[in-house]
Ligand binder design. Sequence first.
Ligand code: PLP
Length: 425
Amino acid sequence: MDHFELRDGALHAEGVDLTILATEVGTPVYVYSSATLTRHYRVLREALDAHPSVLGDSLIAFAVKSNSNLSVLATLARLGCGADTVSEGEIRRALKAGIPGDRIIFSGVGKTDAELAFALEVGVRQINVESVPELDRLIAIAEAKGAKPDVAIRVNPKIGAGGHAKITTGGEGDKFGVPADEAMALYARAAASPHLNPVALACHIGSQITDLAPLEAAFSLLRKLTETLRQQGLPVTRIDLGGGLGVPYTGGATTASPADYAAMVARVLDGLDVEAAFEPGRLLAANAGVLLTRVIQVTERADGRKFLVLDAAMNDLMRPAMYDAFHEVKPVVPREGAEVVYDIVGPVCETGDTFARGRSLAPLQAGDLVVFTGAGAYGAVMSSEYNSRPLVPEVLVDGDRWAVVRARPSYEEMLARETTAEWLA
Ligand code: PLP
């Protein structure tokens, strides 16, 4: 459920009319709903808390990569949410938004020495190590800093899942984590170092996973490996199950519910006595955001094909071009009349800048507003200035109030970041 609804004939984000936002902020613009973010967090929290003996102490660490806006993070921080981060920039964002270091997990396949040192300085909860060379670098950095960080070893369970090959991370050939047997050796190697405190195994097998079976298989493997480590006398007190749970991108889509997910996890972890962490991104943020955009024109070809040309483009919302992702398109003020079939495109000079082909929509005209729904995760974070289009702004709504939480740069600001080499001036 989200809080984007038609009221008095116009689509609203909570109490705010999107036509007014479009006039005041301009388009394209991302619009996030605080109530939806809050609801999604609470639904997951309550699902986990329904299994208090197994998951009562668990940490929800929002995957910052999915939406790193400071106000979005601050909204979640106030609810007690932690952060899963993959760069120094994301750690800085999480801290700035009020997420304490002891709720910040540092993941990622290629952390630099400087980033690892920074993570130790600010005292993150745990560093998820993904390879032998990373472990060795971390030992050296921890020794030099006189620190002893908690670490998890990320297992590649050879179980890939997800909505697209490019968002599958747990498959054998994927770059993430280490295979199970190597993970055992890596854990022992971490335990042998006086500079590390291994506490957990971790996995994250992919994103937009709508069926629980692959997740259950991966989590069961992690349980088995945890028991093996303990049999070897190695302490394991936590388990990090990653994110990945899918969301409905259309009204009719079926996805595993947070309640079913939590019940499955509680079953798999029953009696293991570990503190679990979850790293949801899409689940919390996707349906809490829309991309609001205006129709520049409708271009009709002689063969009858109609292109709906929007002022949003692939540089603002990359997912359709990158992952063939489906986003529903809804008019902000629906017009009467028979549906029309459109190819929905942006102004960028790439054929890939096509959001959808053959989409039937209520009739639209130049100047009309539409939204892409489900755009709150992996939307604004992936935006760029390709074709020298200024970075798309972001707005957060809370009831009847709203704020621009990332401003659209002016052309002057965009150009001021660059300098002309002195010999060209
Ligand atoms: N955790 C890790 C390590 C990830 O790489 C990702 C996304 O790729 C996530 C969590 C979040 O995934 P999702 O947004 O599907 O929940």
